[in-house]
Design a protein around this ligand. Structure first.
Ligand code: DAH
Length: 339
């Protein structure tokens, strides 16, 4: 009897199976009522009492080993079957839901693309600024009333440190470390302490442009902006420049584009004027060049600044600025597929 058990122990250490059916056959062969292990348990009755303990232990070990081996083989086949199930149909359509770009990112990228065709490169600057880069170097003297036009958020009651109110600060940072020629745009987020409404927000986005070289003229500025407006709003777009005031440009202007919604006939977007304002611009004030270590006797240049929200609202006929910040999927999904 002991020999038989040892023989079976040797046998089952070698068993293998090619399929789940073969595992089942092995189970029947050893463990079913008529199986060889069960037969040994039948024989156990005739073992003399003094041997019962030794034989009983061996028999139990045999049974455990057979059971263990069969369980292992079975589990191996089942996990293979599961995996096979998952990869078996490689043509099955996948329900991936790709994200969509935010409309402000779409328009910012378009602006960058348009100016890149004119040789402009991109730089960014910090959102937390000091008074020098946001105001003083841009020719806003202390106590100058133009500072009040930009409702500034100051940090920790320190009037020197603030959230930048415009991306013009990046002009200064660029000119401080680069000598002309400079042809760059500066996209970024800006902050103003304004009540949130359909037309205003305390956080918004701008793109600033700067071109400094010898003999840069107002005509260059006008032609650059005309090119931009036609690329952005369509080739029939007209522009008009109105005189304005900014401390950092002289002369300064504001640019309107012919209303791309009514084609200039008049609608509620352009308030029935046929024109919508999209940016401020001008020739860089010589004081600003000198503040940054650029010789204003040698170089001239122009600058402009536009709000990305404004342009996006015009392009997509969005009437409420707050939609840009609410992350409402019904709004954002409408821009899927746009790059
Ligand atoms: N920084 C101005 C603003 O935020 C916009 C601006 C106007 C930028 C004229 C310029 C400029 O570069 O020349 O209101």
């Amino acid at each position: 009897m002991i020999d038989k058990i040892h023989k079976l122990l040797g046998e089952i250490s070698e068993i293998s199976a090619e399929s789940l059916e073969e595992v089942e056959q092995l189970r029947l062969k050893y463990l079913s009522k008529k199986g060889s292990v069960s037969a040994l348990f039948d024989d156990f009755r005739s073992v003399p009492p003094e041997k019962k303990r030794e034989v009983g232990q061996l028999l139990n070990e045999l049974k455990n080993q057979v059971q263990g081996k069969i369980d292992t083989l079975k589990a191996g086949f089942e996990s293979i079957e599961n995996k096979a199930d998952k990869v078996s149909d490689l043509t099955r359509p996948v329900t991936l839901e790709p994200g969509t770009r935010h409309p402000l990112s779409i328009v910012r990228n378009q602006i960058i693309e348009i100016f890149s065709h004119l040789g402009y490169t991109v730089a960014v600057g910090p959102e937390i600024e000091d008074d020098w880069h946001n105001f003083s170097a841009l020719n806003f003297p202390p106590e100058h009333p133009a500072r009040d036009m930009q409702d500034t958020f100051f940090i920790a009651r320190d009037p020197e440190i603030l959230l930048r109110t415009h991306t013009s600060s990046v002009q200064i940072r660029t000119m401080e470390k680069t000598q002309p020629p400079i042809r760059m745009i500066f996209p970024g987020r800006v902050f103003r302490n304004e009540a949130i409404s359909a037309r205003a927000h305390c956080i918004f986005h701008q793109v600033e442009g700067l071109y400094i070289d010898k003999n840069v003229s107002f005509a260059d500025l006008k032609q650059t902006l005309l090119y931009f407006a036609r690329e952005m709003f369509g080739e029939n777009t007209q522009i008009r420049l109105r005189p304005s005031y900014f401390p950092f440009t002289e002369p300064s202007g504001e640019m309107d584009v012919s209303c791309n919604i009514c084609g200039g006939v008049g609608c509620n977007i352009c308030k029935y004027t046929g024109w919508v304002e999209i940016l401020g611009c001008g020739m860089v004030d010589p004081n600003v060049l000198d503040n940054c270590g650029i010789d204003s006797n040698v170089y001239t240049g122009f600058a402009f600044g536009m709000g990305i929200e404004r342009i996006t609202m015009l392009k997509y006929q969005i009437k409420d600025l707050r939609l840009f910040f609410e992350n409402d999927m019904r709004f954002l999904r409408q821009f899927s597929g746009t790059i």
